[in-house]
Design a protein around this ligand. Structure first.
Ligand code: ADP
Ligand code: MG
Length: 273
C-alpha cells in the first residue's frame, strides 16, 4: 500500500543538480587506515543519479566504512568523494582532511538518508515523533509541515496504524520501516542502506526489502549493503563485490552474481546463497 506517486516525488527532490543518469556519487582512490591497518585500499566508484547499487562482500571488507564516509560520518585519509558535485573528505588544496568544523551544516546540506542494521530509533519517541525529529531540529522545517510529511511517509510504508506507538511496541520490520520513513523525511537525494535486514527475523525481511524495492523503482539513488542476493539480483542496476578494502569486481547482477569472474566472489556467493 505504498503510494508510488508520493515516493516518486520524494525520489525526485527538486534541487538536485545532476540530471537522471549522470554521475551523482563519485569516489576516487578512497583510502583509509585504522591504526596503521589498511581498511580501504583505493576505492573508485561512480553511482549515477537514479541508480541502485548493491555492495556485497564479506564482513570486515570495508563496506560500512565506505558508506559512513559518503555520509560524512568518517573522514578520508586520501582520495575524494563528491556527492552531487560537493566534495566530502580530503582537502587536497589545504593538504589535510576537510574541516570537521562545519560537519553538522555539511550533513544537513548533503541531505543523505541512511538506514542502519540496528534501527537506531529514539526509544522514548513515538514512530511519528521519530520521523518528525530531524526535519524540525536539523533542517528547520516548521513542525506542522514536518508532521504532515511524516504522516504521509509512515502511511507510504504501511504504518498508518502505528504512528503513536513507541518503538518497543513495534516489530523489527515495523521499526526498520519507521527508520526508512525517518530517513526519507529529510527529502534525501541519496539513500544509504547498511545491512538493513540483517537484524530482522527471516519472516520480517520481506516487508523491509519491499519498501526498498519500491523506492528504487520510484527512482531514488541508492547504495545498499546487503547479503540478500535475491534482492541484489532483482533490484540492483549494478552489483559491487568488495573484499579487503578493494572493489574486486562490478557489473550488472547477471554478470557479478550469476557469472562472477573472480574466485573470491564465487567463494563469497557460495557462502551466502
Ligand atoms: P564491513 O562493513 O565490510 O564489515 P567495516 O567497514 O565495518 O567492514 O570494517 C572494516 C575494517 O575496519 C574491519 O576490520 C573493522 O574492524 C575496522 N574498523 C571499522 N571501524 C573502525 C574503527 N572506528 N576503528 C578501528 N577499526 C575499525
Ligand atoms: Mg558493515
Amino acid at each position: 500500500q505504498l503510494d508510488e506517486a508520493w515516493l516518486a516525488r520524494i525520489a525526485a527532490a527538486a534541487d538536485v543538480e545532476a540530471p537522471i543518469g549522470e554521475p551523482f556519487v563519485v569516489a576516487r582512490n578512497v583510502q583509509k587506515a585504522y591504526g596503521g591497518r589498511e581498511v580501504l585500499a583505493g576505492i573508485d566508484l561512480t553511482v549515477n543519479r537514479g541508480e541502485c547499487v548493491v555492495i556485497l562482500g564479506p564482513s570486515g571488507s570495508g563496506k560500512s566504512t565506505f558508506l559512513r564516509m559518503i555520509n560524512h560520518l568518517e573522514g578520508l585519509d586520501w582520495g575524494e568523494i563528491r556527492v552531487d558535485g560537493h566534495t566530502v573528505g580530503y582537502d587536497y588544496a589545504a593538504g589535510r582532511p576537510r574541516a570537521v568544523r562545519n560537519l553538522a551544516a555539511a550533513k544537513a546540506a548533503a541531505r543523505i538518508g541512511m538506514v542502519f542494521q540496528s534501527f537506531n530509533l529514539f526509544g522514548h519517541l513515538t514512530a511519528l515523533e521519530n520521523v518528525v525529529e530531524a526535519p524540525v531540529r536539523v533542517h528547520g522545517i516548521a513542525p506542522a509541515e514536518a508532521e504532515s510529511l511524516a504522516r504521509e511517509l509512515l502511511s507510504s510504508v504501511g504504518l498508518d496504524a502505528h504512528t503513536e506507538h513507541l518503538p518497543h511496541r513495534l516489530s523489527g520490520g515495523q521499526q526498520q520501516r519507521v527508520a526508512i520513513a525517518r530517513a526519507l523525511a529529510i527529502k534525501p537525494r541519496l539513500m544509504l542502506f547498511d545491512e538493513p535486514t540483517s537484524a530482522l527475523d527471516p519472516e520480517l525481511v520481506g516487508e523491509v526489502l519491499n519498501v526498498m524495492r519500491r523506492l528504487a523503482a520510484a527512482g531514488m539513488t541508492m547504495i545498499v549493503v546487503t547479503h540478500e542476493i535475491r534482492f541484489a539480483r532483482d533490484v540492483a542496476d549494478r552489483v559491487i563485490f568488495m573484499d579487503e578494502g578493494r572493489i574486486i569486481e562490478q557489473g550488472p547482477p547477471e554478470q557479478v552474481i550469476d557469472a562472477p569472474v573472480h574466485e573470491r566472489t564465487r567463494r563469497f556467493l557460495r557462502m551466502v546463497e
